[in-house]
Design a protein around this ligand. Structure first.
Ligand SMILES: *[C@@H]1O[C@H](CO)[C@@H](O)[C@H](O)[C@H]1NC(C)=O
Length: 366
């Protein structure tokens, strides 16, 4: 990045704070647009290395994009191929069911101990728009620390639960097994780095120096490999209440920090000016980043937690989600300016919040 551009964008950073009515158009001109002329063509596209290296020139672009649209893209990820991930994902989901059952979560296969990490078939509920997908969940732990708390202490038990180690498929092809594990361990790390660098960027832009410390542990960050098969049945639950469109994933707002891969699959739409528009795909070398309500409340609703959905497409759709939540012990009851958050009416720390979030899944086993 040439010095003059850095200087110019730093000046812009100051402008954004003071004269926001004028600057957005200027930034849009500066930011490289795409070929087509969609609503989201001016969403920021931030080079991975500049984001990760805390290069402050990225801050006003991310801030602007997050305020206006509620998402931005991270591009030019070195030595990374999303299509390699996609290939491994497809191969995994195509494995015979009896092989996948070895890594199924315990609510599907009671012989297994893993409650959250692993394979979740979830195609039984054909009536629900939200549940018609296969998911393979990956977390940050390969081994679990021994349980040292008191059995009477529900939060200590939950802290132990949250550090559930990953499970990985075992097939008769060691090359596949090794490759699958390596590719997704690396992919997990990449997304976690992106999410944390994003938090640092907005902490600088919004002058909230304490924000990154809420994310210094990630006991329950989660990456989900998702397959949405073509539906054989259509029913009334699958239409949007908002505009009647046929959907695969209902309209919703996330909770924490999301890093998303859509590969070359269409379908993702985001709400902007009271209308859903198509979000550009992430392709082979990019991620889409957005935040959810819990995190937006913590930063005093300075950004937009974008409402989004997936419309029905006539093919099997794959995506990868990654969610970075605050640390287990992070206080989520107060915003950065000290106001009580919506979550704060019920919870003090993130661990208490995650307990209810995971409530549907049976808790604690040895
Ligand atoms: C084993 O897996 C690798 C990696 O996915 C693949 O390239 C190779 O063709 C597979 N071998 C067989 C015999 O299926």
């Amino acid at each position: 990045m040439a010095k003059s551009v850095v200087a110019l964008t730093l000046v812009l950073g100051i402008f954004v704070a003071s004269t926001s009515a004028f600057v957005p158009t200027l930034i849009e001109k500066l930011w490289p647009g795409q070929e087509s002329d969609g609503v989201f063509d001016t969403v920021a596209r931030i080079p991975y290395s500049d984001l990760l290296n805390d290069n402050p020139y990225v801050d006003p672009f991310i801030l602007h994009s997050m305020k206006r649209y509620g998402f931005f893209y991270v591009v030019d990820v070195p030595e990374y191929s999303a299509l390699e991930e996609l290939e491994y994902m497809q191969k995994f989901f195509e494995l015979p069911e009896e092989l996948k059952s070895d890594v199924e979560i315990s609510s599907h296969n009671p012989e297994n101990k893993n409650a959250y990490r692993g394979y979740c078939p979830g195609l039984d509920d054909v009536d629900s728009t939200l549940q018609y997908k296969n998911v393979f969940n990956i977390g940050p732990h390969e081994v679990r620390a021994p349980f040292t708390g008191s059995l009477d202490d529900a939060l200590e038990k939950l802290r132990y639960e949250c550090s559930e180690p990953n499970v990985w498929p075992t097939t008769d092809n060691c090359t596949f097994d090794k490759g699958f594990k390596e590719v997704f361990q690396v992919g997990f790390e990449l997304r976690r780095n992106v999410a944390r660098a994003f938090i640092r960027s907005i902490s600088r832009a919004l002058e909230m120096p304490n924000l990154p410390s809420l994310f210094n542990e990630d006991e329950f960050s989660a990456m989900g490999l998702r397959k949405y098969p073509v539906r054989e049945q259509i029913n009334a639950n699958m239409y949007s209440d908002f505009d009647g469109t046929l959907l695969r994933e209902l309209e919703h707002v996330d909770s924490t920090v999301t890093v998303l891969s859509t590969f070359n699959n269409d379908g993702l739409e985001a709400l902007y000016k009271n209308q859903y528009s198509k979000a550009p795909v992430t392709g082979d070398n990019a991620f889409l980043v957005n935040i959810g309500k819990l995190v937006d409340d913590i930063i005093d609703n300075q950004l937009t937690s974008v409402r989004h959905r997936v419309v029905e497409v006539p093919y099997t759709r794959y995506s990868i989600t990654y969610f970075l939540g605050p640390a287990f012990d992070a206080d989520i009851s107060r915003s950065m300016s000290g106001k009580m958050t919506e979550a704060g009416h019920k919870y003090r720390i993130f661990g208490e919040w995650i307990k209810d979030y995971l409530g549907a899944i049976e808790l604690f086993y040895y």
